[in-house]
Unconditional design. Structure first.
Length: 278
């Protein structure tokens, strides 16, 4: 994309996502040739406090429902999107979303496509959504669907149906399941532990850290090898802040989540899903 095709809408989108100033957003998009993710990286390389890429936020408005089966071995989290919070805060719309989530659990649904074909009281979910769209005059739909299976799955809904969390454990987690789900809701980790972070994200973070250091006058004269070693230290700090088991436990910051899991019966988190409006 050339500078001429970077629109005010593009700049505003980047500004909304990063909180950076308008001129900085324009410069970032120009430097990145219009690539949105590249522009975010450019801002971060300049030292701007911009959050790492997150995939948990999609629809701006709607209802997020997280549920598990009665035996806690399967969990689903879904978003029924709407265009305005006026609709999403409506009790009837919340009940509508709950009924779809209940149907997903009852029918052992594995995908959004499969969910649309589920029949509730003689009507397919897709038909019910079309009817609801016609009655409220807003575009709605199944915007996100995630499913987890494990020996034990905990679910948690936070903030008036604006966020849902599923956590898969190696065994029955009891009350600890909710504690860990609340941790994920509050602290937004990107992975269970450092080993679970995707190689692409690790490389992306490493490149940003190295570029930041090369621009730092204090790093003048440092060899690439020395910068590389310092970068690894900074990456470890990134993992500690952004991976679940390394984070301080929100209910007792004197211990890590890993410490808490051990004290709760040597629990292990297999995976988690965090779905948020935003």
């Amino acid at each position: 994309m050339s500078t001429a095709t970077i629109t005010a809408q593009d700049i505003n989108k980047l500004r909304q996502a990063t909180g950076a100033g308008m001129m900085d957003c324009r410069k970032a998009l120009t430097e990145a040739g219009g690539d949105f993710e590249g522009a975010i990286d450019w801002l971060r390389k300049q030292g701007q406090k911009v959050a790492a890429k997150r995939s948990d936020r999609e629809a701006k408005e709607g209802v997020v429902i997280a549920k598990t089966t009665a035996d806690n071995k399967t969990g689903i989290v879904l978003t029924i999107s709407s265009e305005t919070d006026f609709v999403s805060k409506n009790a009837d719309f919340v009940a509508f979303a709950q009924s779809i989530a209940d149907a997903a659990i009852a029918n052992n649904v594995k995908s959004a496509e499969e969910l649309n074909d589920v029949v509730i009281n003689g009507a397919k979910v897709s038909e019910m959504i079309n009817d609801k769209l016609a009655s409220i005059g807003e575009k709605i739909g199944v915007a996100r669907f995630e499913r987890v299976e494990a020996p034990y799955v905990a679910s948690y809904i936070h903030g008036a149906y604006r966020m849902g969390v599923l956590v898969a454990f190696n065994k029955d987690a009891g009350e600890a399941g909710k504690d860990v789900a609340m941790q994920i809701a509050a602290m937004n980790p990107i992975a269970v532990d450092a080993n679970s972070v995707s190689p692409d994200m690790v490389e992306r973070e490493r490149n940003i850290v190295v570029d930041q250091m090369k621009q730092d006058p204090k790093m003048a004269g440092k060899t690439d090898e020395m910068i590389g070693k310092i970068a690894e230290g900074k990456l470890n700090a990134f993992f500690k802040e952004n991976t679940l088991t390394a984070q301080p436990f929100v209910k007792d910051a004197s211990k890590s989540v890993a410490d808490y899991l051990k004290s709760a019966g040597d629990l292990k988190v297999i995976e988690f899903k965090r779905v948020a409006l935003g």
